[in-house]
Design a protein around this ligand. Structure first.
Ligand SMILES: [Zn+2]
Length: 304
């Protein structure tokens, strides 16, 4: 065998080394918060249905796969981005095949890991116009109900080059099609996402329903004050939207809101059961959120 010139060998080695490094995730500074330790617990990734996988820990990250590349929704905390990357690898997928990264809403517990995951994968991040502002600014915008918690609590690594999308827009990777449904309320830029996953010829409507909780920093009023108009009508519109979605399997940014642990346990006990399938889940989720908003507004009025 002819020996290859030394220069060729070193260039090839350089290219190989670069390719191997392409998906190496360099984590950002860990976020400090009361619940961060619980949220940071690793968890085995698992299949939800068809090409939909849970790759998060105590906070949801959802991977939707195709032969032409994948979509990842939510990055968890800064310190759990590497768990998400490891879970993707454990399932046999490559982080560099993630072509699109999406976000439910722009708080540190769902957006914190996105910058590192974006850098490592080279994926394009898409968001609503209000979401783009928060992601690129590295923290919630001034009109976010939780803004007054302050930068130390709120901020997360800024995401660069976010592309703004329209409400109802569908993003595609190969034969994957993921549709955006703007659900402002919990944050101004929050978005729910829908797609279809199929298994053994049976296709189901998948929903990643954004947080619809009316929680805020002290002093914020969903019912409005002299700094902003009431958010109640637009929040209720988001709830109506989620309730009206075609919804066979609902996932949410906080796994307890879809009772994930109990459902995973039920599946383990009976692999034939389909605990994730519940066509009333979106309606129940929205009506629970509506009850809490009504209660919250009554409390605000009582304080007037
Ligand atoms: Zn939040």
């Amino acid at each position: 065998m002819k020996t290859l010139p030394r220069a060729f060998l070193s260039i090839s080695f350089f290219l190989l080394a670069t390719a191997a490094n392409a998906a190496e995730l360099i984590p950002d500074k860990p976020h400090a918060c009361d619940a961060c330790e619980t949220w940071g617990q690793p968890r085995e990734p698992f299949k939800v249905y068809g090409n939909t996988w849970y790759v998060g820990g105590g906070l949801s990250s959802i991977l939707i796969t195709s032969d032409k590349g994948h979509v990842l929704i939510d990055g968890g905390l800064t310190q759990t981005a590497s768990q998400v990357a490891a879970n993707i690898a454990k399932l046999g997928f490559r982080l560099e095949d993630v072509k699109i990264i999406l976000n439910s809403h722009m708080h540190y517990d769902h957006a914190g890991g996105i910058a590192a995951l974006q850098r490592a994968s080279g994926a394009q991040v898409f968001a609503s116009p209000a979401g783009k502002l928060a992601l690129e600014g590295g923290g919630p915008t001034r009109d976010d109900p939780q803004f007054a918690f302050g930068p130390e609590h709120n901020n997360f690594p800024a995401v660069s080059g976010v592309r703004a999308i329209e409400d109802g827009e569908t993003l595609r990777v190969g034969d994957l099609a993921v549709t955006a449904h703007f659900t402002p309320g919990h944050t101004p830029g929050g978005t729910s996402w829908t797609w279809i996953s199929c298994e053994s010829g049976k296709c189901l409507n998948m929903v990643y329903a954004d947080s619809l909780n009316s929680v805020s920093a002290p002093g914020f009023r969903f019912s409005g004050d002299n700094t902003h108009k009431s958010r109640v009508a637009s929040f209720e519109k988001s709830m109506d939207m989620v309730a009206g979605l075609k919804c066979d399997i609902m996932l949410t940014p906080h796994p307890e809101a879809w009772d994930m642990d109990a459902k995973v346990a039920r599946l383990a006990a009976d692999p034939k059961s389909q605990p994730f399938v519940d066509d009333q889940a979106c309606k129940a989720y929205a009506s629970g959120a509506r009850e809490r908003l009504v209660k919250r507004v009554a409390e605000e009025k009582a304080k007037q």
